[in-house]
Design a protein around this ligand. Structure first.
Ligand code: DER
Length: 228
């Protein structure tokens, strides 16, 4: 489909920006999937030598399938480049992430990376955020965190499993509350307010990385690099 082509074009472009010897943050989701596919080709065909820090079980499993050697954030607390997807991107390079429930480790990797490449299809580019904001919550505190989020104007919904009864449990053993805030006027303020809630371990608003983010928007016949 055209969307698959645009995701593939963005992912392949991002994979082309990885240099030999780099430590690469490996994001989660269907778009970064193509970057990993291309990195695997470059390793096999061109002898590219890299190490990947996976942001989820999905990323680790795919990296192994594609022959991308894995390392850890412990071994490499500074990462050369991270490649990840996003649910929405605004003109300042703020992101909403977390559709894949991997946002906590993804934010740790984005924070550790010198450069972050975000790969999206055109539907993700927005003027103002209006997507759900996923919040990773400690199960012990999920009801009280939900109440605090409501006081911030959210309608929080516990993310339920599809092929698992009960709540989605993240790779870190926590729950996800998907929060509808309507349009979000100040994403940076909202991220800080959510971070101040004890038990709200992380949220999908990424507003601290605009300076080091490059957004690649895939299109049917290629892709464009967005300057922020
Ligand atoms: O869950 C995540 O943070 C993913 O990066 C998500 O935001 C993008 O996934 P997609 O590339 O499958 O749309």
């Amino acid at each position: 489909t055209p969307q698959t082509e645009s995701k593939r074009n963005a992912g392949y472009q991002a994979a082309g920006m990885v240099e030999d010897g780099m430590v690469v943050g490996l994001g989660t989701g269907s778009t970064v999937f193509f970057a990993m596919e291309r990195l695997g080709e470059r390793i096999r065909r061109d002898g590219l030598s890299i190490a990947g820090v996976p942001t989820s079980y999905q990323a680790a499993i795919r990296a192994r399938e594609y022959g991308i050697p894995l390392t850890s954030l412990d071994e490499h607390p500074e990462i050369d480049i991270a490649i990840d997807g996003a649910d929405q991107v605004d003109p300042a390079g703020n992101l909403i992430k977390g559709r894949g429930a991997a946002l906590l480790r993804e934010k740790c990797v984005a924070d550790a990376a010198r450069r972050v490449i975000i790969v999206v299809d055109p539907t993700k580019m927005v003027e103002t955020f209006d997507a759900l904001v996923p919040v990773e919550v400690l199960p012990f505190a999920s009801t009280s965190v939900s109440r605090r989020l409501s006081l911030l104007g959210a309608v929080p919904t516990m993310r339920e499993g599809v092929k698992k009864d009960g709540p989605v449990v993240t790779d870190n053993g926590n729950f996800i509350l998907d929060c509808s805030f309507g349009t979000i006027g100040s994403p940076r303020d909202l991220e800080a307010k959510i971070a101040a809630i004890p038990g709200a371990l992380e949220c999908g608003l990424f507003t601290a990385y605009g300076e080091k983010i490059t957004v690649i928007v895939g299109e049917e016949k290629g892709c464009r690099v967005v300057s922020l």
